[in-house]
Design a protein around this ligand. Sequence first.
Ligand code: ATP
Length: 242
Amino acid sequence: MLFLKPKRFKVVDSTQKIAKEMAAKNCPQGLIIVADRQKESYGRLGRSWSAGVGGLWFSFVLRPKISLQKILVIAPLIAIALNKAIKKSFKISSKIKWPNDILIERKKVAGILVEASSRGRKVDWLVIGIGVNVNNRLPNFLQQTAATLKQVCGKNVSKEVLLESFAREFDLCYKKFLKVGFSSFVNFYNKNLSFYNREVIVFTDDLSQAGINKGIAKTGKLVLKMPQGIKRVSAGTLRLAD
Ligand code: ATP
């Protein structure tokens, strides 16, 4: 099994911060930090993430022997495992939103963050942060865009069942990825993708690009079909065009 016994905390600033400090001090792959509550948790681009009591908040360390360029496939790999774990544990229908969210009926139930450090052109460590809204209360400003598994299932559900299920699913995905590469995951990912074949806009730093969402390619990049041709996008924030 990839994962070590979780190190559990009641409250932390950020599980991601702790895991990154430990990764920088050469901790082994599979180290996992779980907290009941985070005071300063963050998502992509330093955006703040609400992580109150009742949610599943954790970060873990990977040390794959891959080149930096392959990092793009890690978030999809995690999304596949997390989406499977949510579906199987609670028999509900969730979807992946490129690049790093899990949605249920268009509302965000989970977010994934991948941070990396390199040695030359190789990955030294990856720290993956995962936040899942389970039984936590969402602040008012997120009520329209986010949901909890408790809201979806109509009752409290188990964070532990979900964590164990994710650990099993990701263990399988990761081993297969290290053995045969990412190509064999692409179809499955795209079948579970929200807004597939829909007109979307992808916002990057200084650009917004509209096109038809054709899912990801085997590089992990999103394929956008635009009037002027096919465009492949590495990162960005995706919104439905209508
Ligand atoms: P998005 O595409 O959803 O706008 P993102 O993928 O660019 O966000 P993330 O790192 O996934 O960014 O998450 C940060 C954003 O998620 C915040 O800006 C906030 O809008 C939203 N958010 C914060 N906490 C939660 C939460 N517990 N559940 C769902 N959404 C949240």
